[in-house]
Ligand binder design. Structure first.
Ligand code: 3AM
Length: 194
C-alpha cells in the first residue's frame, strides 16, 4: 500500500508575527473557555486543505502549483480583527482576520486550479482567509468571549510579506497536530527547500 500524508498548502508566518498572535491568544487565556490554543510554531494561513494524499502526488502537486504561481507577485498582508467561526454564540474557531484578503483569495484560486488539474475534488465551501489561533471543544464561556472580543477591538499584529507558499504534512497526535514543511514554492515558480 502506498503511504499517504495529510497535506495542505499554507502561507507561513514570520516569528515576530507569530509572537504577536500569541499575545492575542493571551487576551483570552484568563477566560473560562474550553479551547485548545494553536501552538505558536504552528500558526499559519491555510490556502488549501488536501487531506490524505498519496506520496506520489507530492512532486506533481508542487510542479502544478509552481506553474500556476509563476506570474504571481509578492504581496503584503495586514492582519487585524479577531473573530469566531461560525458565530460567537456557537464558537468553533477563534481567528485573526486579514484586512486585505484579496491577494490570498487570488492565490487560493490558482492553487485550486492546480489541485483540480490533478484530480482533487473541488473544495465544497468558499475560501475564507484567516489565521486560526484557537479551537473550541465546547461553547463554555461564549458570553465572556463575546465581551472580550468587543473590548479588544482590532489588534496590531503587523504585516506579512508573502513571496510564496508551502506544502505541509499534518500528522495528528493526541498532543495536537505536528506540521512538517515538505516543499516551498516561491512566486515566480521556483521550488526551494522549506
Ligand atoms: O488553520 P486552519 O484552521 O485554517 O482547519 C484545518 C487547518 O486550517 C484545515 O486545514 C488546516 C490544516 O489542518 N482542515 C482540516 N480538515 C479540513 C477539511 N476536511 C480542513 N479544511 C477543509 N476541510
Amino acid at each position: 500500500m502506498e503511504q499517504t500524508l495529510r497535506l495542505f498548502w499554507a502561507v507561513s508566518l514570520p516569528p515576530a508575527v507569530r509572537e504577536k498572535l500569541a499575545a492575542v491568544q493571551d487576551l483570552f487565556r484568563g477566560l473560562p473557555l474550553d479551547v485548545k490554543w494553536v501552538e505558536t510554531e504552528n500558526l499559519h494561513i491555510t490556502v488549501r486543505f488536501l487531506g490524505e494524499t498519496g506520496t506520489h502526488l507530492v512532486e506533481p502537486l508542487t510542479a502544478a502549483v509552481a506553474e500556476r504561481v509563476a506570474e504571481t507577485a509578492a504581496f503584503t498582508l495586514r492582519l487585524g480583527e479577531v473573530g469566531v467561526f461560525p458565530s460567537v454564540r456557537k464558537p468553533r474557531v477563534l481567528w485573526v482576520g486579514i484586512r486585505n484578503f484579496e491577494p490570498l483569495v487570488a492565490l487560493n484560486r490558482l492553487v485550486e486550479e492546480a489541485v483540480r488539474s490533478l484530480g482533487f475534488p473541488p473544495e465544497n465551501k468558499p475560501y475564507s482567509p484567516h489565521v486560526t489561533i484557537g479551537r473550541f471543544r465546547t461553547a463554555t464561556g461564549a458570553r465572556a468571549l463575546e465581551r472580550t472580543i468587543a473590548a479588544a477591538g482590532p489588534q496590531e499584529v503587523g504585516e506579512v510579506i508573502v513571496d510564496g507558499l508551502e506544502l505541509l504534512a499534518s500528522r495528528l497526535t493526541p498532543a495536537g497536530p505536528v506540521y512538517t514543511p515538505l516543499r516551498r514554492v516561491f512566486f515566480g515558480g521556483v521550488v526551494g527547500e522549506p
